[in-house]
Design a protein around this ligand. Structure first.
Ligand SMILES: Nc1ncnc2c1ncn2[C@@H]1O[C@H](COP(=O)(O)OP(=O)(O)O)[C@@H](O)[C@H]1O
Ligand SMILES: [Mg+2]
Length: 263
């Protein structure tokens, strides 16, 4: 059930010639099975580009991305492997199709798992998934418009889980939410991670979010890895001046933000 996502010298360049921009520059990191790996860095440091390259939305200039050893950017095997990776985006308002009931959105995502299910089984699974993310299962017929931002983000998590992915990439999934609602979503992520032993790459510009959820962390600057290591050790004793500067810029990091009890 546990899987490894590995980046090996990944580079992504936008544009050509004089206007070319190296958004991701020779990045290597390993998301170990059953762990949450944080990717942190200022806006524009290349985090979303790395996520987009992983699921094939942008093309890698060089380097490799491997899921359990299979290069995800190459051939049929790669395409199959890539479907085992689910990306959850920042914006819970545009992530769900407004014309579809949330139940249908989740049921559609189940197809990606490749598992055959009857209608009854699908409906049952939708209810289970909604319950898992603390949404009243009887609301499966409703469109996303009736749900708050935090609830929608939980529904997108349910949808990602519906595909039974090997790895989840969560890109700034709490950034658009109020701080109190962020806590609910982050606590849910932590619970799901330990219950389901998820393997996850959690992308955030917010060091406090990374510190709260991630076992290990990679700090990115201008597309390059600045440092990687155990989260607590890296953030309490940063070796690189850039990480120090990032920490200094986030005063809340002196203590854990009040996101509730640590399970
Ligand atoms: N589609 C694109 N075309 C050209 N440049 C892009 C594109 N997407 C992002 N960039 C640039 O690549 C760099 C990294 O962006 P991004 O990966 O979005 O960073 P982050 O997610 O860390 O904020 C930025 O300088 C950004 O302006
Ligand atoms: Mg981004």
């Amino acid at each position: 059930m546990s899987h490894t996502l590995e980046y090996d010298g990944l580079s992504v360049r936008y544009g050509r010639g004089g206007s070319a921009h190296q958004a991701v520059d020779d990045v290597s990191l390993v998301v170990r099975p059953g762990t949450v790996h944080g990717l942190v860095g200022e806006s524009g440091s290349g985090k979303s580009t790395l996520a987009a390259a992983t699921v094939g939305l942008v093309r890698a200039t060089s380097g490799a991305i491997r899921l359990d050893g299979t290069e995800v950017t190459r051939g049929t095997a790669g395409r199959r492997a890539r479907r085992r990776i689910q990306l959850i985006f920042q914006d819970p308002h545009s992530a769900l199709d407004p014309r579809m009931s949330i139940g249908t959105s989740i049921a559609e995502a189940m197809r990606a798992s490749g598992r055959r299910r009857s209608r009854v089984e699908r409906r049952q699974r939708v209810r289970e998934l909604l319950e898992l993310v603390d949404i009243e299962p009887d609301r499966y017929r409703e469109p996303p418009a009736g749900f708050s931002g935090g609830q929608r983000q939980r529904i997108t998590i349910a949808r990602a889980l519906a595909a039974e992915p090997d790895v989840i990439i969560a890109d700034e999934i709490t950034s658009a939410l109020d701080v109190s609602v962020q806590g609910v979503v982050l606590n849910l992520l932590r619970e799901l991670q330990s219950e389901l032993n998820l393997t996850m790459l959690l992308i955030s510009h917010n060091l406090a979010v990374v510190r709260y959820v991630c076992h290990t962390v990679t700090v990115l600057r201008h597309g390059r890895v600045v440092e990687t290591g155990d989260t607590e050790r890296t953030l309490s004793d940063p070796q690189d001046p850039y990480t120090k500067a990032l920490l200094d810029a986030v005063p809340v990091l002196g203590e854990r933000p009040d996101w509730g009890s640590v399970a």
